[in-house]
Write a protein that binds this ligand. Structure first.
Ligand code: SER
Length: 544
C-alpha cells in the first residue's frame, strides 16, 4: 500500500469517528515561540490540551515534523529521520483510553478483537494487518490500559509493561518533569515474525493518555478532563505495509535514494557503508526541501542553522563517497539532482513544494556551493597544518585547530579526520580538547537560546536563562561588544525592528545598572545594521 493511501485511510477512518481533519502546521510552530520546530502532531494543539481553546473536541492530522536530537543515527538506523510525517488522532477532554485503544486496533487490523472474529464495518478502509503480528507495551502502573487490551482479547503475554523512560510522555516526566500535562502511554509494535519484543519488532504507534498535570512539587495531579495524543510515524508504517527492511526502501524514499546515488554515480549501491551515506543524504535533502518551503533558509540563526547543517552534512556525506574513489574537494554540488524526486514524491500532498521548487533549488544550490568552497579552503589549511606538524615532528593536531575549522568555516570534524588521514596518516587529533571546546560553545548558545525544546516549557524567563555580562564601565564609557540576547515581553527573540522596545544583554557592558538609588545609565548602542537608544539599564536579578 502506497504512502498516499496510508495518509488517506488514516484521516478518513478518524473522520468517520467524528474527528476534524486539520491540515499539517508549518515546521515552524505557529503560536508557540518556545519550540524550535514542530516535533510532534500535538504541537499545534497545545492550547486545546491546556484548555485555553475549546472549539474542537477531536482532531486528526498528518503533521510534518522535524527532530534534530539524533542526527548521527540518521542513515545508519533503518528508521531514524530528521524530517518525518506523523499521523495522529487527538481528544481534548472528550474520549479517552477505551476509544483510543479500540480505534487503534481496529484501524491496524480491520477487526474488533484479537481473535479477528468480529470484522470492522470499515474493513475496506483499514490496514488489515494480522493481529498476531502485533504486541503492545503499557506503563507498568497503568492497570486500566492492561484491562482494556485484555478486553480486546490481546493475550497477557503480548502486553509488556515498561517504566517511565519508555512508556510515559514526555519520557520520565514523573521524576524529571517538565511540569504540565503528561501521562502514561501505550505503544503498538509490529513484528513480522510474530514474536513479542523480538529483534524485528518495530514500534509503529504511540498512544499517549494525557491524564496528569505535573505540579511544581513533582506530584501528578489528575486532569479534570484527560486528553488523547497519538502519533504514528508514516515512514515506519509504510515500511510495514510495503514489506521492506528500511524506511529508505519505501515509496517515500526510493526515488530520492536512486537520484542521490545516480548523482554520485553509485547506482546500484552495494557496500553497506555507501548505502548509509546515501540514506543520510536522502534524509537530509528531503528535510532541507521542507524547511526551505516553510521559510527556513540556510543561515547562522538558530532555525536557519539547522537547514544549513543539513545541507552541509548531506554534501559531505556524499563527498566522502567521491573521496573514497579518489576525487578530491571541491566536489561539484550534486544535491540539486535529488530535489525533483522529493517534489515528485511529496508534492501531491504538500503543494508548497511544487509552487516553490525553483526557489528551493536555488537556495540549496547556493548553500551547497558555498560549502564546497569551504571544504576546499579547509582542505588547504589542513594540508598546511599537517606539513607544519610534520616539519616539527609533532604527531598531534590540536583540538583548537579542529574547533577553529568547525567554528569559523563549518568544517565537520569527521571530515577533518578523513583529510588528516590522507595527508599525515601517523597524526592523531586531540578530539578530547575539541569536544570540550564544542561543549563550551554549545553551553553558551543554550544559555542565549529562547528555545526550551520541551513542548510544555513556560515562556517566562528566569535568571539562569540570562547570559552573563561583564561590566567594563569603571574603565571606559564606550566599548566594543556583542549582543548576547534580545528579549521582548517574556521571551527571547532573534531580532528587533525599528520602534520595538526590547531588552538587550551585552557581552561586555559599560552601562551601569540601576542600583542603591542610583539611576541606570542611558546612551546608545551602534551596530552595522542599526542604532538602539538605551532607555535604562537594569541588573537582571532586579528584573526577574
Ligand atoms: N506526542 C507523542 C509522541 O511524540 C505522541 O504523538 O510520540
Amino acid at each position: 500500500m502506497q504512502s498516499y493511501e496510508l495518509r488517506e485511510r488514516f484521516l478518513a477512518f478518524f473522520k468517520r469517528h467524528e474527528h476534524a481533519i486539520v491540515p499539517s502546521d508549518s515546521l515552524i510552530p505557529s503560536g508557540d515561540p518556545t519550540v524550535l520546530f514542530t516535533s510532534a502532531g500535538m504541537n499545534q494543539f497545545k492550547d486545546y490540551f491546556l484548555g485555553k481553546r475549546t472549539d474542537l473536541a477531536r482532531a486528526a492530522s498528518c503533521q510534518k515534523c522535524l527532530r534534530t536530537g539524533d542526527l548521527d543515527n540518521v542513515g545508519k538506523s533503518p528508521s531514524h529521520h530528521s524530517f518525518f510525517e506523523m499521523l495522529g488522532n487527538f481528544s481534548f477532554g472528550d474520549y479517552f483510553k477505551h476509544e483510543a485503544i479500540r480505534w487503534a486496533w481496529e484501524f491496524l487490523t480491520g477487526t474488533l478483537d484479537f481473535a479477528g472474529t468480529q470484522t470492522s464495518p470499515d474493513r475496506e478502509a483499514c490496514l488489515n494487518l494480522p493481529g498476531t503480528k502485533l504486541w503492545v507495551s503499557i506503563y507498568e502502573e497503568d492497570e486500566e490500559a492492561f484491562t482494556l487490551w485484555r478486553e480486546l482479547g490481546v493475550p497477557a503475554e503480548r502486553i509488556r509493561r515498561f517504566g517511565q523512560a519508555d512508556n510515559f510522555w514526555p519520557a520520565n516526566a514523573p521524576t524529571e518533569g517538565p511540569n504540565g500535562p503528561c501521562g502514561p502511554c501505550s505503544e503498538i509494535y509490529y513484528d513480522s515474525d510474530e514474536k513479542v519484543a523480538g529483534p524485528n519488532s518495530l514500534e509503529v504507534w504511540n498512544l499517549v493518555f494525557t491524564q496528569f498535570d505535573r505540579q511544581p512539587d513533582g506530584s501528578l495531579k489528575p486532569l479534570p478532563k484527560p486528553n488523547i495524543d497519538t502519533g504514528m510515524g508514516l515512514e515506519r508504517l509504510a515500511r510495514v505495509m510495503q514489506h521492506v527492511e528500511t524506511d529508505y526502501e519505501t515509496d517515500l524514499f526510493k526515488g530520492i535514494v536512486k537520484r542521490v546515488a545516480g548523482a554520485l554515480s553509485m547506482w546500484p549501491i552495494t557496500a553497506l557503508r555507501d548505502k548509509q551515506s546515501i540514506y543520510t543524504v536522502s534524509d537530509h535533502v528531503r528535510a532541507a526541501v521542507f524547511l526551505i518551503a516553510d521559510g527556513v533558509l540556510p543561515s547562522n540563526e538558530e532555525r536557519g542553522y539547522v537547514t544549513r547543517m543539513l545541507i552541509r552534512r548531506a554534501h559531505w556525506h556524499g563527498g566522502r563517497l567521491l573521496w573514497n574513489r579518489d576525487e578530491r574537494p571541491p566536489f561539484e554540488p550534486f544535491l540539486d539532482e535529488a530535489i525533483p524526486a522529493v517534489v515528485e514524491i511529496m508534492g501531491q500532498t504538500y503543494r508548497e513544494l511544487v509552487q516553490k521548487q525553483g526557489f528551493i533549488r536555488e537556495a540549496i544550490r547556493t548553500e551547497e556551493k558555498r560549502f564546497s568552497e569551504t571544504l576546499q579552503s579547509g582542505n588547504e589549511r589542513i594540508q598546511e597544518e599537517c606539513a607544519r606538524l610534520r616539519d616539527h615532528n609533532e604527531k598531534v593536531l590540536s583540538g583548537d585547530f579542529a574547533f577553529m575549522l568547525k567554528d569559523t568555516f563549518g568544517f565537520p570534524f569527521e571530515l577533518l579526520a578523513d583529510v588528516v588521514k590522507l595527508y599525515y596518516p601517523e597524526c592523531a587529533i586531540d578530539e578530547k580538547r575539541y569536544r570540550a571546546l564544542l561543549e563550551e560553545q554549545q553551553e553558551r548558545s543554550r544559555a542565549a537560546s529562547q528555545f526550551g525544546g520541551a513542548v510544555f516549557t513556560p515562556t517566562t524567563l528566569t535568571l539562569k536563562d540570562v547570559p552573563r555580562s561583564e561590566f567594563v564601565g569603571y574603565d571606559t564609557l564606550q566599548a566594543d561588544t556583542v549582543v548576547k540576547g534580545i528579549w521582548k515581553q517574556d521571551g527571547w527573540v532573534q531580532s528587533a525592528r525599528e520602534g520595538d522596545e526590547v531588552g538587550v544583554v551585552l557581552e561586555r557592558s559599560p552601562f551601569y545598572g540601576e542600583s542603591g538609588g542610583q539611576v541606570g545609565d542611558r546612551g546608545t548602542i551602534e551596530a552595522p545594521h542599526g542604532r538602539l537608544d538605551v532607555l535604562e539599564t537594569t541588573w537582571a536579578d532586579e528584573l526577574l
